[in-house]
Design a protein around this ligand. Structure first.
Ligand code: SAM
Length: 231
């Protein structure tokens, strides 16, 4: 399967394993991952955030309930919300999540946004689990036609040592543990370059209740809600 599908499947497998109830996807683009996750029965709250409202709106109708969803007695409640805003800003609508995913997001952030990102995601949102994926630049020589970066909008592409030192320092600062994996295996004989997409899975070390998180964090709403569906 293509790489993007392998990344989404990685998240689906993780959701199947840990059964989070509330999942937020940061940099959700056309909401394909959210759409896949709406079929996971453990999930009761799904939220998406993107700085580009038009890309979010392209296919967001897929997140609306189908007529059949109303005919069958609801076995679970599901709320899907899309927000327009930046991961460089805190908004209370992002509190209380079990899993936050950032798939191919960080390499699109300007230096100033990347600097604020850990405090927003790990310090403020502080979910039980965070998944971050980003290109592994060591793989690039195996990709045809890639000279500097895989995509013209990328602000950087890190090798494994660069990603891991950023991730380990972030985890240390905010009391998370982190493990590294990836998707996209190199061909036989090229294994030393690692995965095409590198992934860090962060787990918060100490429990934190939603209530304590909220009361400690009075913040004004800055994101704009562009879509909401209640099943
Ligand atoms: N996560 C999706 C996926 O894996 O298919 C989309 C990844 S796309 C390469 C990166 C997305 O991040 C774009 O939709 C872009 O608009 C969004 N983005 C860039 N900077 C952002 C920011 N500061 N806050 C929120 N989203 C941002």
């Amino acid at each position: 399967p293509p790489l993007y599908k392998q990344r989404y499947q990685f998240i689906k497998d993780l959701v199947g394993k840990y059964k989070p109830k509330k999942v937020a996807d940061l940099g959700c683009a056309d909401c394909t991952l959210l759409w896949m996750l709406k079929f996971c029965n453990c999930i009761e709250v799904l939220a998406g955030l993107d700085i580009c409202a038009s890309v979010m709106k392209e296919k967001m109708h897929r997140l609306s309930p189908l007529p059949g969803d109303y005919l069958q007695p609801a076995e679970r409640s599901l709320t899907v919300t899309l927000h327009h805003g930046s991961v460089a800003h805190k908004d209370p609508c992002m509190l209380g999540f079990d899993l936050v995913t950032c798939i191919e997001l960080i390499e699109h952030l300007e230096q100033s946004e990347l600097k604020k990102f850990p405090e927003v995601v790990f310090g403020f949102m502080a979910p039980s689990m965070v998944v971050i994926s980003t290109p592994n630049s060591e793989f690039n020589p195996l990709l045809p036609g890639v000279t500097l970066f895989r995509h013209p909008d990328h602000k950087f592409e890190w090798n494994r040592a660069q990603f891991q030192s950023w991730a380990l320092e972030t985890a240390r600062r905010y009391d998370y543990s982190v493990e590294f994996t990836g998707v996209g295996h190199p061909l036989t004989g090229m294994e030393k370059v690692g995965f095409c997409t590198q992934i860090g899975v962060f787990v918060r070390k100490y429990p934190q209740t939603t209530e304590s998180a909220r009361s400690e964090k009075p913040t004004e709403a800055v994101y704009k809600t562009v879509f909401k569906a209640v099943y």
